[in-house]
Design a protein around this ligand. Structure first.
Ligand code: AMP
Ligand code: MG
Length: 352
């Protein structure tokens, strides 16, 4: 009786093993060919579109994780939410010292490098100045602060360069230093989403946060193509191609502004003067990461006519700039990416 039971059990195990193998072969035999899946969600004040070539299962899992990542991120990396960056700002204001999570500390180190490389054209320590101008909240109407307030801010010496970053510990002697990662955080978010897609085995993808984007691989066998928005009209200035892993980010004076007495008050401030930059309408930068492209676009926007000198310092080779008069300049590396341009009178700038 016992022997018969054992024999049945052995047989069953063997059958199940064979069945298991068959199931594996079956699924390998009809492995799903990657198809295009797209998701869109509102985060960080903009629509984030994710397009991946993958199986349906992978796309579903990826989109779920992407949403969780963005929900956490927009709280932790936005200075006026109740998350990690707000906590860091509170602690810096109270004790001149704060401890960051390792990922935040790494981003702040990279941001500090770019602050110094851009000669403070990009400087995330503009938080208090952004608040004075009223650009920190969609609920406030931006307006020029009193000149004394801007002078006081400038004299206080707030700069990320004035923060000592010792591992994950931040220290500063500058009072009221408030970090605002608005010019680099979207780059970090896009990089993390691209990394997430990579971990899911996705080889071809586009992560697009309101026109600021990064790609993986290709789109149906050719490079991903994206449009560069015209800063003063509906439509695009031209279309460019991106290689595997590249990011393209734009800083523009049309994203958040009020026009007042013939002047445009907008959200990109020159930390050296304390005022919105008037020399530029838009700058687009292609770089190897979202973080560098994002920070560099802001830096070159602020650098104004000096952008040629600052571009190589911040690692921006492919640059398109629209100046205050609407004239378009592109670097040679950018010109090579352009597959179609609305006008062909762009000035091509030799790179140093
Ligand atoms: P972006 O659109 O990437 O150029 O970032 C602009 C946002 O970054 C603004 O809304 C501010 O919150 C912040 N910001 C403004 N001016 C600067 C600057 N010169 N350096 C760093 N961050 C800035
Ligand atoms: Mg930026």
């Amino acid at each position: 009786m016992k022997a018969a039971k054992a024999r049945t059990k052995r047989l069953l195990t063997r059958c199940l093993a064979a069945l298991g193998l068959a199931a594996v072969l079956l699924s390998a035999g009809c492995a799903e060919r990657p198809r295009l899946f797209e998701a869109r969600l509102y985060a960080m004040g903009t629509w984030v579109d994710i397009a991946v070539f993958s199986s349906a299962d992978t796309a579903a899992r990826l989109f779920e994780e992407a949403e969780a990542l963005l929900r956490r991120f927009e709280v932790d990396y936005y200075a006026w939410a109740d998350g990690e960056l707000a906590r860091i700002n509170r602690e810096l204001a109270a004790h001149g010292e704060a401890t960051a999570e390792p990922e935040m500390a790494a981003l702040l180190r990279e941001a500090q490098r770019l602050t110094i490389a851009s000669e403070r054209a990009f400087d995330p320590a503009v938080g208090a100045l952004v608040e004075q101008w009223g650009f920190h909240s969609a609920l406030t109407e931006p307006a020029p602060p009193p000149p004394e307030a801007i002078d006081a801010w400038r004299r206080a010496g707030a700069s990320l360069a004035a923060v000592e970053i010792d591992g994950v510990v931040l220290r500063t002697k500058v009072r009221d230093l408030k970090l605002d990662l608005g010019a680099i955080a979207k780059g970090e978010a896009v990089d993390r989403l691209v990394a997430l897609a990579g971990r899911h085995g996705v080889r071809d993808a586009l992560v697009n946060a309101g026109g600021d984007l990064r790609v993986l691989g290709r789109h149906r066998g050719r490079p991903w193509r994206i449009g560069i928005k015209d800063p003063r009209a509906h439509g695009v200035l031209g279309v460019i191609e991106l290689e595997n892993g590249e990011a393209a980010f734009t800083s523009g004076d049309y994203e958040r502004f009020v026009d007042r007495d013939g002047r445009r008050l907008h959200h990109i401030l020159d930390p050296r003067t304390g005022f919105p930059v008037e020399a530029t309408q838009a700058v687009t930068v292609i770089a190897q990461s979202g973080v560098v492209a994002d920070a560099a676009a802001t830096a070159l926007f602020v650098a104004g006519d000096d952008w040629h000198r600052i571009a190589p310092q911040v690692g921006a080779a492919a640059v398109l700039r629209v100046d205050a008069a609407g004239e378009i300049e592109v670097t040679e590396s950018m010109r090579r990416r352009i597959v179609s341009a609305i006008e062909d009178e762009w000035d091509v700038i030799a790179e140093s």
